[in-house]
Design a protein around this ligand. Sequence first.
Ligand code: ADP
Length: 335
Amino acid sequence: MFKSAYFKLTLFYVLIIMVISVSFSVVLYFVSTGELNRGLRRQTSIITEMPREFPPPLSRDDFERIRQETFGTSQHRLLINLININLIVLILSSVFSYFMAKRTIGPIERSLESQKRFTADASHELRTPLTAIKTEIEVGLRDKNLSASDAKKLLKSNLQEVEKLQTLSGALLKLAQLDDKAKLEKKTINLAEITMQARDNLSKQAKEKAIKFDISAKNLSVAGDKDMLIEALSILFENAIKYSPKHSTVKVIIKKDDHQAKIVIADKGVGIHPEDLPHIFDRFYRADKSRTKSNVDGYGLGLSIVKNIIDLHSGQISAQSTPPKGSTFTIELPI
Ligand code: ADP
């Protein structure tokens, strides 16, 4: 599909350039031959008006013939030159148009590819819990001696799968909303305050694993969307809890660095392998699938939501890690 689009756009660009070039050449040809003709006619009139004492070395007829020949040769040479120039323009414009077409269509192609991948991944992730629910219900219905406690177990398991679906659809919706949002309505937000709120959102999960948050915060404010920034911090805190052992500490530092506010979140968890680090902000990317998929719930969407939120705030997010000693996520936001 894109190959033919490249071809059509290249052709379109070449056509525009050639229409301009050929029209320009045609005008140039007629103007130049007109000028040439006028110049030669003036020579004739000068010679005819010469006094008799200065007879021209040639007869009038000869002179007219040479004049016509000279005019014809010049006209022909002009035509050949203009054709050559247009051929060169055609070759150069084809190369140029091809690169321009690539530049125009390239980003659209990449964006469509990523949309396609995203839809395929999302459908795949949605299908897994749905298939599990369907199979469980079918097995339950086929079992004639299904007791009330078995039915309860089945419903419980179904509920877990439905909760997974809810989490996934929530994350997908969030990403779609973030994609649509081109601009934020920014308000002044105190970073220490939102950090505490995000920590409080995760208090249940932190308690379950006896994980402590050690927060050291400077009194810094940024312009942004409060709910979104709390969401981003909550996702990072949730990950820190998910991928850390019990009884560990998650350190959060908020400080000023040049004209940036820095939020550093360091955990003592499993860490991220160097080959996974460049991809963890990609949609649906889960590092070390054998380890994380089986042990920790998630769809690999959390960090891409965080990145989208930070991008919308004109900030940056990066990650460092020394597995298995822990990971450090750093957010930089303009103050
Ligand atoms: P998930 O739902 O899998 O946690 P994320 O997008 O939040 O999705 O994270 C992507 C991947 O990055 C995770 O699967 C995990 O392997 C890795 N990761 C993220 N945060 C941490 C962390 N604090 N410690 C170790 N690995 C992490």
